[in-house]
Design a protein around this ligand. Sequence first.
Ligand SMILES: *Cc1c(COP(=O)(O)O)cnc(C)c1O
Length: 461
Amino acid sequence: MENKKIPYKIYLDESEIPTKWYNVRADMKNKPAPLLNPGTLQPMKAEELYPVFCEELVAQELNDSDAYIDIPEEIQNFYKMYRPSPLIRAYFLEKALDTPAKIYYKFEGNNTSGSHKLNSAIAQAYYAKKQGLKGVTTETGAGQWGTALSMACSYFGLDCKVYMVKVSYEQKPFRREVMRTYGASVTPSPSTTTNVGKKILAEHPDTTGSLGCAISEAVEVATSTEGYRYVLGSVLNQVLLHQSVIGLETKTALDKYGVKPDIIIGCAGGGSNLGGLISPFMGQKLRGEADYRIIAVEPASCPSFTRGKFAYDFCDTGMVCPLAKMYTLGSGFIPSANHAGGLRYHGMSSILSQLYHDGLMEATSVEQTAVFEAAEQFARVEGILPAPESSHAIRVAIDEALKCKETGEEKNILFGLTGTGYFDMVAYEKFNDGVMNDYIPTDEDLQKGFDGIPKFPGNEV
Ligand SMILES: *Cc1c(COP(=O)(O)O)cnc(C)c1O
């Protein structure tokens, strides 16, 4: 095992694509806190969630006990179009850094949507179709989720209505056109097509929008249109479940060569790629079979883990969704307008929040100019032009590899390369022109968001 030369790309065979998703909640001693009904403050029952989500997805959302859940054959077949994704040994980056560390990355950008989001989009579209629905609604920020969902919906002949954060809608016209090419309708959010959108526009006429606001609009349309449900591309337990294919494939590939990662790094927006990548490793850690250092990387301008509160909060700006217990900056938090690098959601997956709270993983934040420096360094030696989101993980992987250079340690570093950055060239342009700057919210800025966290007994922040 030890001497087997590790190839640049560790491809798996089609037959090695997982046939079951792994549900890390089954191995968690402290389960993530349940969603609460904002009116009664009682845990949401399945029936209460049915008007919003597909029934099968509700079952997955609430399932804390089954470690493995079968991937339906139609989803397995769709996965074969673009999976298994390669696990790449970053020989060129190691050489450029002159580090004894061994760096691996799992690349999820090899599909038209350009990111890992398709892994969950196809599952959510499948269950919507199976339930006989006409279509689904959703929000999209940077656009990858909307694109992935458009692809998945066109595959199953479902209608897809996307509410796209206004600033992205304007900055990324090509993203929008990809979605429309796959048959989706795309509306900039906030819009006048919903009550909640009109209300937000009346209060903040100049707003450039936020994910929380687009979620409120998409939920309103889903619950008021017959034959529609709402789907979400991150944060939820079901999404982390679907994304476990990333980690399961990674583990199979590394096991073939007897490689055990010492450090596992992923960027964290709502937590789905990181949750998926670490799931099987975290499972071992929870069962006491192995130990890993796991690091979530977030933008310094949207620091949910590192500066947020662990509390029940609204998932959306319009406060129409259930309350989730998570690390949060408050549902009214909007990152500063010069923040370019995605990962702008105010909250975090309840699963990851609980794991972080229990000390099973770490989190760190990085500034965007340092992120783009890492992105550029990576692109120049490894060839792939990374998404700004993914580049948060690259930044920390490089920093850890440079620490190994000082100590001489030959650590195995694994990170998730979630996608490509071809639609982020406005941000790259700013970086290349030297006009990108960093903005770190002050404590006063953050307090405004915290003030909006609901207050009730047991939820003091
Ligand atoms: C959506 C997205 C992310 C962040 O979302 P998570 O749910 O935290 O994974 C990261 N990278 C890319 C390329 C994305 O599209």
